[in-house]
Design a protein around this ligand. Structure first.
Ligand SMILES: [Zn+2]
Length: 306
């Protein structure tokens, strides 16, 4: 597989290769599918209780491939987060969840004029409940994920924070990513890069440390990296080392988590033109990079508390 540069999908005018016939992602819509909340003072050392409670939205991103149709990156929470017995009870205690019927992914899609039946597949960043829950609404979709995450779903465990009820309800059609490819930009920052559709329209990158087999999604035409839970939010990227014991224990491999955060910070410094969006950023729902929405998203991300 030849390596692909960061702007290989862009035309000479800087726009996306709209007229050369190559596959690309044409549309990206950010959706909020429930949220949880916590005090930042419970998560990081040196933070005051006066900072209050931070909301952590659960991101699901809809994107359209020019030849293959509609896909999701993650699917947010579903009511199933409350239906896994004692695991749900403990999760809700440590991590209070807001999940109303109108927050479910099918209704969020309809809110922006997207028919849920258009969703052909779901790129799953990892198998935590705020990313996987909504996938059960799409029984005919194909789940695209890392081989490590696929294995974790086959053997749900509290250690991996994989809810057994969500794993059972996940669509059966699954495709593990691989083999890795070389990429002129992404390979400088991430241990493994995957060409998701084999056509350069979207790349998955390994984001080690937070959860087994976690991946992010880079969309060259939008110049955006959806970085899942590699940090609790953009404002926390440089604070990984300040994390308190309990949230630290949630990370599968804390040293790897910190190393991934450093790689993302380096990418951000080297390439300010690329937006890194974390799943729990305070993003604005709606079409991304259209009608000034991109600027709105960035300004919202800078807000930290409510
Ligand atoms: Zn997670």
């Amino acid at each position: 597989m030849p390596s692909t540069g960061p702007c290989a999908m862009r035309g000479a005018d800087g726009g996306c290769c709209a007229s050369d016939g190559r596959a690309r992602v044409e549309r990206l819509v950010l959706l909020r599918c429930g949220s949880c909340s916590n005090r930042t003072s419970r998560m990081f050392k040196g933070r005051s209780r006066d900072e209050g409670v931070r909301e952590f939205p659960a991101l699901a991103a809809y994107f359209e491939h020019s030849k293959l149709g509609g896909f999701l990156f993650d699917a947010g929470y579903s009511q199933a987060v409350r239906e896994n017995g004692v695991v749900s009870a403990v999760y809700g205690l440590l991590n209070p969840v807001t999940m109303r019927p109108k927050d479910s992914i099918p209704l969020r899609l309809l809110r922006f004029g997207i028919d849920p039946a258009q969703v052909k597949g779901i790129v799953l960043s990892h198998a935590h409940p705020d990313h996987m829950g909504g996938a059960s609404f799409f029984p005919d979709a194909s789940i695209i994920l890392s081989s490590e995450a696929a294995a974790a779903i086959e053997r749900p465990s509290v250690r991996d924070l994989v809810f057994a009820n969500m794993a059972r309800a996940l669509p059966r059609s699954r495709r593990a990513l691989g083999p890795p490819v070389g990429h002129e930009l992404l390979s400088r920052y991430f241990g493994a890069v995957f060409d998701v559709f084999g056509d350069g329209a979207a790349f998955a990158v390994s984001l080690e440390g937070h959860a087994v087999g976690q991946i992010g999604l880079y969309l060259p035409c939008q110049r955006v990296l959806l970085a899942a839970d590699a940090a609790w939010g953009a404002e926390f990227l440089d604070l990984a080392g300040e994390m308190k014991l309990l949230p630290r224990l949630v990370q599968r491999d804390f040293d790897a988590y910190c190393a991934t955060a450093r790689s993302l910070a380096r990418m951000k410094a080297d390439h300010p033109e690329i937006d890194i969006v974390f799943s729990h950023d305070l993003f604005k729902e709606g079409p991304y990079a259209e009608d000034g929405q991109r600027d709105a998203v960035l300004s919202e991300i800078s807000a930290t508390t409510r």
